[in-house]
Design a protein around this ligand. Sequence first.
Ligand code: UDP
Ligand code: MG
Length: 320
Amino acid sequence: MENIKKERGDLVSLIVPVLNEEESIRPFISAINDKLSSLEAKLEIIFIDDGSTDKTVDVIRELQENDSRVGYVKLARNFGKEAAMTAGFDYARGDAVVPMDVDLQDPPELILEFHRLCLEGYDTVFGLRTSREEDTKGKRASAGMFYRVFNWLSHTEIPHNAGDFRLIDRKVVEALQKMPERNRFMKGMFAWPGFTSIGVEYNRPGRFAGNTKWNAWKLWNFALDGLTGFSTWPLRVWSYIGAVIASISLLYMLFIIFRTIAFGVDWPGYASLMSAILFFGSVQLISTGILGEYLGRLYIESKQRPVYIVEEFSEGSDNG
Ligand code: UDP
Ligand code: MG
């Protein structure tokens, strides 16, 4: 790829969403200083405070006094990590942008490799988790299932076990900014614009401090956001399910009519009647429910509200 080496990557922006991470921010910066001293690019570190109620913002402000690379965007409330990342992309000025977690689950030294591959010509370099040992068996199994279902239902392929941690070129950032949706499933949105990409494997360590903000219910809804955002198949499949059930019902109806004509009225039928009512009732409720999943999201989209609201923005002073 020598011949397509690019003149780019002079400023790399790290965008770091933080929600109640007061004890992680300083260790994060130390790790960056430690591991990225050999990075051949200038750094900009933008924290996006996603409505923290602890001292997160104070810690960032203190840091900023002695570190001109640090800037922050303080959102007016908790908008969720996806919205916070969106704010990060909007405020980052780097030629390449790296969204990463503050809890050191995204090893900073990997950014050297990301950056090198970016200079070689890749527009997206994403981290691939080789082990998910820190996750429970249940979480690993459900994540695996999600990726399979997603890639099966949607035209946008997302790599198994790629998280948000990646380096993307300015042109991918610009593509992301053209995607105005409110339902921001970033894993899908990163993949949607295309461009050349490559994965780099790494072992994802456990959280350095604090607790994960995820629980089973949140993950389930996150999965639904992803599927509804990138596929209309669950919505359209009902015509086919309906057609199959209708054909079977028609055959059964013909059978009953024929039997009645041939053998007379068959009085007992409570069990079959009840099963049919319950079965069709449930199928209809499921299909209406799925309609609701889409309609609810459509309603939110139609309001065209902004993805996030900024309360305060403070730029790093080193970026003139
Ligand atoms: N985060 C955020 N807003 C939220 C939830 C999380 O900005 O509503 C941040 C959090 O502070 C962290 C990153 O997103 O820097 C990833 O969160 P977490 O470590 O809880 O997720 P996990 O690594 O378990 O997927
Ligand atoms: Mg984490």
